[in-house]
Design a protein around this ligand. Structure first.
Ligand SMILES: *[C@@H]1O[C@H](CO)[C@@H](O)[C@H](O)[C@H]1NC(C)=O
Ligand SMILES: *[C@@H]1O[C@H](CO)[C@@H](O)[C@H](O)[C@H]1NC(C)=O
Ligand SMILES: *[C@@H]1O[C@H](CO)[C@@H](O)[C@H](O)[C@H]1NC(C)=O
Ligand SMILES: *[C@@H]1O[C@H](CO)[C@@H](O)[C@H](O)[C@H]1NC(C)=O
Length: 946
């Protein structure tokens, strides 16, 4: 009954170990180096780029073409399906071609030909090949995978089918979204090559933390911009494109399709400022970290530019244009130099120079005047660049917190001096220092990009191919902007002991603004309910330690309720990152034995997670009248680029580490259950000594000051009724250089005909350290000498700036400790967002043990030297519940009222009572002078003498 099917399969890769079959014959089965197949490869590239068509064949009917991507937590699973009918009167080959991103792994391919289903499974390459060879021996044959240039590869299948045949194709691939310049970009090539009755593209995004923005920019051209529909809720987005046949037409009556290009979805996720995001699903975890509100580190950059003869013309013109823009972007804190090389190496300046506008202009003139000619001496040029950085470092010109990098721009292989690539690689690695990075940009296709990539990977950088076309200058600038803003150095992500294993790369040399660091792994212990991670890093003038937490079950139960989410994402993401790391490690492995070991690990993972890698192939099998039919699809060794992220520079073999980390005591939130009842401060003092000193002066609510006087063993309270916006001085100490001010906010509405005021911002400024910490109800700013770092209340972190330690406990409190001597805790009070009256406000807690100088003053500071206080004549007041008394202080006799205020350190909702004697009239008589003399113009102002 079943008609015989002739399947035609080509196996091809951009790099060199390729084998392919035409009409069931292996035409070549070499696994040799590039030059054995290079010529053929290039001719394929050209035709490939010119006439890509998703479905090929004459006189065929394409009934449907559907592409669906499910992106969950930055991991994408894409399915491309098409249904085709051979309406020609004769047998013919029908081609199904898909452009897939180079970074993606094919997972599955199935085909149905006249009812016979062929199902794919990933096998070790030789196994697949042997099974395939058996099938071939019986005269059956198989499919194609072919890679081409750029960032895409082409998957290609051809089936030879009789007239009237119906063929259904289905391809699956997976990839991790990489954040660049602040966005994730998902691209799909939609080039059906003809009008299709059912043409549909769906992209579903699910991000547990929320989607900040999603767009489909310039997708397939102007004419379709209105046809692309985006729906978007907090965590989900759906982008759909479903043009009718009429809408697909290039012009009113033509049969050509205007749908021919790239469908792009760009998005970014919500994140708490500078907090990490930890997700756990299906026994795996993924930690994301993409801080943004940090001051950039300064840079030392040496640009090494190839000006050999081959750069002549457009390439040089574009390089000059890009370099001018790049140099303009340097800031006064940066140092730079330019080295240009052909057979000779010239340095624009002997040493690194500061990027002042004069120097930048000089350098631009120099670059403009370069006339490319001669050979290529990459070795000498790179060594000179490294020496220049080493010299600057030895001379103490390099700020230890700055970032040093070499950016190489080249379009050709070395022809002069040392030309052996492996020797150049060794020379550079030997001279580079651990804290320098090399980024390499290859222009055009005459350059051995694998070499540029190896040399970059080995030296903590990344490589990028620049296509030598009209927008080469734009590509260079874009690459530069990805590395121009380093925010962190030496980043390590670690986990408590015995909680995780098989962790992917968890140490990163640098973090660049707009990118993202990702660490994945498996959960170890089974009785965990939450997983924690700790990220340590250095920012400009600050060391930070961020804590992140995730519930083990929460995400899975949530994923289960969302249609179109990709439930296995964490497991596949872990495998994806691990395989890519192993591929990079393999390309740098020094011995064949080591390479073999790594290959085995790659194969094992690829089989388990169904990835077509350079070492696995997909065997596609079907049954035809009891006989097994097989086809094979795969790619070849080294065709894939190893590095996992532009942000995460690998250095040498992957430094994955199992780290032991203790949960630091400061990371404990205040609303942890306290043994013995939450509202009894006395019982709790022992356990929370650091943040719960016994003698503490408090400002809470609308603002109520509670001054603790330990010698007299009493608390005195007063209110300050000032105006919203006013800045009040709390502590002003010219001796230690510390000033603490608070700014008032008003409630949203009047209550009892009066706007209540609260502290909305607290500033703690240490003049000696030139550090100011501004705690607001929405964020926490740390400023140091022109650097400005912001954190949201959603982060748990410990930060060190000079002698200042800032501890943030998520949504709870911030403690600022100056030189271990002065400590202030600011407690966050959040109200319901739509509360008609109340606003978010801050409470302030200062230990009486703070070591101020004798000159300290301020509404609170003046009580550091405890005044003599006498309270007597206690009697019933107008309100029977409130006793009254006389207080003698500072030579004044005041009428005071017994009352109580709240200490919210242990129970933020109800607080615990602090009994105090209340002084009326804004503390008149108790506080030196009038409260108005404590009003200051700025948050960092000191109080002048009263
Ligand atoms: C590949 O897809 C086919 C058809 O959808 C399915 O039956 C098969 O289980 C898939 N294979 C894998 C490994 O997911
Ligand atoms: C398209 O075809 C219709 C019917 O044949 C004709 O009336 C119309 O003018 C054509 N339009 C164009 C732009 O050629
Ligand atoms: C600090 O930076 C944040 C954003 O990064 C900005 O909103 C804030 O105004 C800055 N603060 C100061 C005092 O410059
Ligand atoms: C994961 O870690 C365990 C324990 O360290 C080890 O035995 C196993 O081989 C690792 N698996 C992979 C895939 O790396």
């Amino acid at each position: 009954m079943k008609t015989p099917v002739l399947l035609c399969v080509l196996l091809f890769s951009q790099s060199w170990a390729f084998e392919f079959i035409i009409d069931g014959e292996w035409e070549s089965e070499t696994s040799g180096p590039l030059d054995q197949s290079g010529r053929y490869r290039r001719s394929v590239l050209t035709s490939e780029e010119e006439d890509f068509e998703a479905i090929q064949g004459n006189d065929i009917t394409v009934k449907s073409y559907k592409v669906e991507s499910r992106i969950t937590s930055r991991f994408a699973h894409t399915t491309v399906k098409s249904s085709v009918f051979n309406s020609a009167p004769k047998a013919q080959s029908i081609g199904f071609n898909v452009q897939i991103p180079k970074r993606a792994f094919i997972n599955n391919f199935t085909m149905n030909v006249n009812g016979i289903t062929f199902v794919g499974s990933v096998k070790e390459k030789t196994v697949a090949r042997n099974l395939y060879a058996q099938a071939r021996a019986r005269g059956k044959a198989a499919g194609i995978v072919r890679t081409n240039s750029q960032a895409m590869e082409t998957f290609r299948t051809e089936v030879h089918v009789p007239p009237g045949s119906k063929v259904e194709f289905e391809l699956h691939y997976q990839e991790m979204m990489q954040r660049k310049l602040g966005f994730y970009q998902h691209t799909l090539h939609i080039q059906p090559g003809r009008l299709v009755p059912q043409l549909q593209v769906d992209v579903y995004i699910f991000e547990p933390k929320g989607i900040k923005v999603v767009t489909a920019p310039n997708t397939l051209g102007e004419q379709f911009s209105d046809l692309t529909k985006i729906t978007h809720t907090k965590e989900k987005a759906h982008v759909v494109f479903k043009p009718t046949v009429q809408q697909q037409r290039k012009c009113e009556n033509c049969t050509e399709s205007a749908v021919d290009g790239v469908f792009t979805v760009k998005y970014d996720v919500e994140r708490e400022s500078n907090a990490g995001e930890l997700q756990v699903s299906d026994g795996h975890f993924v930690q994301f970290y993409a801080p943004s509100d940090l001051s950039p580190l300064s840079k030392n950059i040496v640009f090494v530019i190839d000006v050999s003869g081959s750069m002549w013309g457009l390439k040089m013109k574009q390089t000059v244009e890009a370099m001018k823009a790049i140099l303009n972007d340097l800031s006064m804190d940066d140092y730079f130099n330019v080295i240009d090389f052909n057979h000779n190496v010239r340095c624009w300046s002997e040493d690194l120079v500061q990027a002042s506008s004069i120097q930048v202009d000089e350098a631009k003139k120099y670059i403009q005047s370069i006339k490319p000619n001669g050979g290529t001496n990459i070795n000498e040029a790179l060594l000179r660049a490294v020496q220049m950085l080493v010299r600057a470092s030895n001379q103490g010109l390099i700020d230890p917190r700055s970032v040093s990098m070499i950016i190489l721009v080249s379009d050709g292989d070395p022809t002069v001096g040392e030309i052996k690539l492996s020797t150049i690689q060794k020379n550079v690695k030997r001279t580079m220092r651990e804290d320098f990075s090399l980024f390499s940009l290859g222009i055009g296709f005459d350059v051995d990009f694998d070499f540029l990539e190896r040399i970059a990977l080995e030296n903590r950088g990344v490589a990028q191919r620049i296509f030598a076309n009209h927008d080469a200058a734009e590509q260079l600038k874009t690459f530069y902007s990805q590395v121009s803003s380093p925010l962190l150095r030496t980043i390590t992500v670690h986990f408590p002991e015995n909680t995780v294993n098989n962790v992917t790369q968890n140490r990163f040399d640098k973090f660049f603004s707009g990118s993202e660091l990702i660490v994945a792994g498996k959960l170890q212990a089974t009785d965990l309910t939450t997983l924690q991670s700790f990220t340590t890093a250095s920012a400009a003038n600050m060391d930070l330690n961020i804590q992140t937490e995730a519930d083990i079950l929460e995400l899975d139960s949530e994923l289960g309720t969302h249609q179109h989410s990709f439930t296995g994402f964490a497991r596949q993401m872990w495998a994806y990152i691990t395989v890519n790391q192993l591929l990079a490690e393999r390309s740098l492995a020094p011995s064949a034995g080591r390479k073999r070991k790594i290959t085995q690990r790659i194969v094992a993972l690829a089989l388990e997670h169904q990835f077509v890698t350079p070492f696995t192939a997909m065997l596609v099998e079907g049954e035809d009248e009891g006989r097994t039919e097989r086809l094979i699809a795969g790619s070849s060794i080294d065709s894939r680029h190893g590095c996992c992220s532009a942000t995460a520079s690998l250095s040498g073999p992957i430094p994955v580490q199992q780290l032991v980390y203790q949960n630091p005591p400061w990371a404990r939130p205040t609303d942890d259950p306290i043994p013995g009842g939450a509202s009894n401060p006395v019982e709790a003092t022992g356990t929370h000594e650091a943040i719960l000193p016994e003698h503490v002066t408090i400002v809470e609510n609308d603002p109520h000051f509670i001054i603790n006087l330990p010698r007299s063993n009493m608390d005195i309270c007063f209110n300050i009724d000032s105006k919203p916006g006013h800045i009040l001085n709390l502590v002003s100490d010219p001796g230690t250089g510390v000033t603490i001010n608070g700014q008032l906010v008003g409630s949203k509405k009047k209550k009892n005909n009066k706007i209540n005021t609260y502290f909305g911002t607290i500033s703690i400024y240490s003049k000696t350290d030139s550090v100011q910490v501004i705690v607001g109800t929405d964020r926490i700013d740390l400023m140091e000498d022109g650097n400005n770092h912001s954190f949201s209340w959603g982060v748990t972190a410990e930060l060190m700036l000079n002698r200042i330690k800032v501890t943030i406990v998520k949504e709870q409190h911030v403690t600022v400790m100056i030189d271990g001597r002065i400590s202030v805790m600011v407690l966050l009070h959040r109200v319901w967002k739509k509360h008609p009256v109340q606003v978010d406000f801050l409470g302030i807690y200062m230990s009486n043990d703070n070591k101020y100088s004798a000159k300290v003053h301020g509404l609170i500071g003046q009580f550091a030297q405890e005044p003599e206080v006498k309270v007597y004549g206690v009697h019933e007041g107008a309100d029977p519940k409130k006793k009254e008394a006389i207080m003698e202080v500072k030579g004044n006799k005041l009428a005071v009222t017994r009352g109580w205020q709240k200490d919210y350190r242990l129970d933020k909702k109800r607080g615990s009572d602090v009994y105090c004697w209340f002084v009326h009239n804004n503390g008149k008589g108790f506080v030196d002078g009038s409260y108005t003399s404590y009003i200051l113009p700025r948050l960092d102002s000191f109080l002048s003498a009263l």
